[in-house]
Write a protein that binds this ligand. Structure first.
Ligand SMILES: [Zn+2]
Length: 468
């Protein structure tokens, strides 16, 4: 694309700022809460709104595709032969607005205050997902074409764990075939520093029970006669780590990819203040696997966490009992190249071989794990995203990771071997699962410019030079 065509698209987007904001207000007024069956008609309304807006953006082939749950709105334009094809992801469903009395303005009456638009779903993900639609419209209206091929996938179940997305992807790998995924979902780290997320951790969980006697026993009559499962549970849980915080499960670290020197330098260069972090979480000191910084441990090292332990008498006063059972729940955060099924097997084996004397073990594996996912730091799509953000903000984005789990990048990676670039313009502080969710209007404008620039960079005529 010529510099002139670029400039015309950017100028068309600037001219359309007020109109795009009006459309976002209309979109955010639809209460498309996916977790509440009372809102199923609103889900349908939102899906139609997205389909209509996508169809109005240009000659895009749009369809509403049913799933056993909420529909996927799919759109494609493949009119740029020889250019890359980008799969754009977003979601039109929103979190429930509760607690309602904490909202300053009604959650589905989008309201402007101080350059922020307040409404449920406006930051996650309606504002960010509207951006690529309006960017497509600006390209079509101005120069009649797009610099790249695009496929849009907007789902309506992200806030309920993307229940039917995996089956949808698995059955439509040909329809969805693309060079990489560009996600309009997934917030940036901080408002003052643009960032690109290159990895997220996976998840595996299980629950286990230790049993001694078949029923609770009197500690006077039976104390000294049989094992106490609570004592045993404390020992068993403690055996998962060494005293310094390293995981003591055999083989747990075997498939963990060590960071390169460059990756460690990148993380060390990020603005992260340990004291501020401790003040924020209210802890007296950081703790974890030795040999790694706090950010490295949170982003790039696996963990085993006990999420709950219970058993015995917890009421007021005393009860002289030897409980029959003790219970615990644990989850593991996983990093490349760990596999949740293998991790479950290793942890189960560890538990079984460390069962304290006098007790028996029962393990129940949690419903679904998730693989960790990451994009290579020299991937052309990441470099293009870096260049686009640099053009908008005048600085290179921070390269960050996520301690949490992002199901979609893992799904696209596992089923289609596609890397995901997160290119959302919401920010982690925009209260998107809390009352008074907002989206900064200047981020809407910056997002429009950045997406347009990114598409132009990706559609560069000399693409063979930067192809990987
Ligand atoms: Zn989201």
């Amino acid at each position: 694309m010529t510099a002139d065509a670029n400039a015309r698209v950017l100028s068309a987007l600037r001219t359309a700022h007020a109109q795009i904001l009006d459309e976002l207000i209309e979109f955010a007024a639809i209460p498309s809460v996916s977790t509440d069956p009372a809102h199923s008609a609103d889900i349908a309304t939102a899906a139609h709104w997205v389909a209509k807006t996508l169809a109005a953006a240009g000659p895009i082939d749009v369809r509403i595709m049913p799933t056993p749950g909420n529909p996927v709105v799919y759109g494609e334009w493949l009119g740029a032969p020889g250019q890359r094809t980008v799969l754009i992801y977003g979601h039109y469903d929103v979190q429930p607005p509760d607690p309602l009395d904490k909202w300053i303005s009604a959650p589905f009456t989008p309201t402007m205050r101080d350059g922020r638009l307040y409404a449920r779903g406006v930051s996650d993900d309606k504002g960010p997902m509207l951006i690529p639609i309006k960017v497509a419209e600006a390209f079509f209206a101005t120069i009649g074409t797009l610099p790249i091929n695009v496929k849009f996938v907007f789902e309506g179940e992200e806030e309920i764990g993307s229940r039917h997305l995996e089956a949808f992807i698995a059955t439509h790998t040909e329809l969805l075939a693309a060079d990489f995924v560009l996600s309009a979902d997934g917030a940036m780290w901080r408002i003052n520093e643009p960032s690109l997320t290159v990895a997220s951790r996976g998840l595996a969980g299980l629950e286990f029970t230790l049993t001694a006697a078949a029923k609770d026993l009197h500690s006077g009559r039976h104390g000294g006669g049989v094992a106490n499962p609570l004592h045993a549970m404390a020992r068993l849980v403690a055996s998962l780590h060494d005293d310094e915080g390293r995981i003591a499960v055999d083989g747990f670290y075997d498939t963990v990819r060590e960071l390169t020197t460059h990756e460690r330098e990148e993380i060390a260069s990020l603005p992260f203040n340990e004291h501020a972090y401790l003040a924020q979480v209210g802890a007296p000191a950081t703790f974890g696997e030795p040999g790694y910084t706090t950010l490295e441990r949170q982003w790039t090292r696996p963990t085993i966490e006990v999420n709950g332990m219970w058993g015995g008498y917890e009421g007021p006063g005393q009860k002289t009992v030897i409980p029959s059972e003790a219970h615990a729940k644990i989850t593991c955060r996983l990093v490349p190249d760990q596999n949740p099924n293998d991790v479950i097997a290793l942890v189960t084996k560890h538990l079984a071989s460390h069962v304290p004397a006098g007790t028996t073990l029962a393990v129940r594996v949690a419903d679904h794990g998730a693989f960790p996912s990451s994009i290579a730091s020299d991937h052309y799509a990441l470099q293009a995203a870096d260049a686009a953000l640099h053009a908008v903000y005048g600085v290179h984005p921070l390269i960050v990771r996520m301690g949490g789990t992002v199901p979609i990048s893992e799904l696209f990676q596992r089923h289609m071997n596609l890397a995901t670039v997160f290119f959302s313009f919401s920010t982690a502080d925009e209260d998107y699962h809390a009352p008074n969710e907002f989206f900064r209007v200047h981020r809407l404008h910056e997002g429009l410019e950045a997406w347009a620039r990114l598409w132009s960079i990706l559609g560069h005529p000399h693409r063979s030079e930067d192809a990987q």
